[in-house]
Design a protein around this ligand. Sequence first.
Ligand code: ADP
Ligand code: MG
Length: 273
Amino acid sequence: MSKAKIIAWMGRKGGIGKTTGAITLASGLARQGLHTLLVDADGQGNASSSVGIEPHDAFASLILEDSEWADVLVPVPEAFAGPGLRFDLLSAAELQSEVEHADYNLVTQVIYERFHELDSIYDVIIVDTSPSITAIHTAFYFTADYILLPTLNEDDSIGSLAKSIAYISAAIAQANQQADPPAVAQILGIVPQKISLRFLADRLMYKHLQQFYGAHYQVLPPVMRRAAWRSARTLTQSIWTAEVPGVAAARGEFEPVTRLVSSLLTHAQELVS
Ligand SMILES: Nc1ncnc2c1ncn2[C@@H]1O[C@H](COP(=O)(O)OP(=O)(O)O)[C@@H](O)[C@H]1O
Ligand SMILES: [Mg+2]
């Protein structure tokens, strides 16, 4: 059986679509029949509440108390993404800050070991992270296979995207200097979120992203600003299940992200078999 692919949504700013991206990608993959784990690694617990689960300290219990996976995982309610899916959640709440402030090296080692226990259990693990850089982020640079970076069309969001890329690149370069370099995550792509192509500024920004980053990273087609995203969230549904105005367009705009990741998974499985 192939190893679970771990994909983390990251970004050094709130409100840029990390949680939206994580819950939508995870549910989209689960609906394709993949055994999927959504990891809420942000103590605010937004990914948990978005799928209809009260945030609770499962992540912290796994890492700080060495809990069994079976005791910390919960199934994602059918109302969120549909019936009959193999789709679980690892939640997070207040105690997440204790993991964030623990020793970086130790947290990295424990997160790496605990998540690799799932290798033959899940096909894919999608991680939602917090906006501030913590030991958990460093841990996922080494534990995740891929990183997705959402960005808005605002200057400070573009600025924090540049910072994220510089920071991740530096961490990777540092790791590669070690005698026995650990495996590190690749930046899989940049996802422009909440874009209005009606506005010239937004069009220029998208062009700028492609010119600036396109040679090194995939710049995905923009996910437009649409009320359907908020409406689905208010109903505790995914855009795949919510029947709200504009949802078909939202699905179409997010689909390239799901397709990119599922093509990676199929490719990995073909290599193994
Ligand atoms: N394409 C979009 N159009 C409109 N609203 C969006 C879109 N994507 C996300 N949102 C909304 O923006 C808010 C912030 O998104 P969120 O994913 O929670 O950001 P983050 O996790 O980076 O803080 C949420 O209320 C979400 O519903
Ligand atoms: Mg969030």
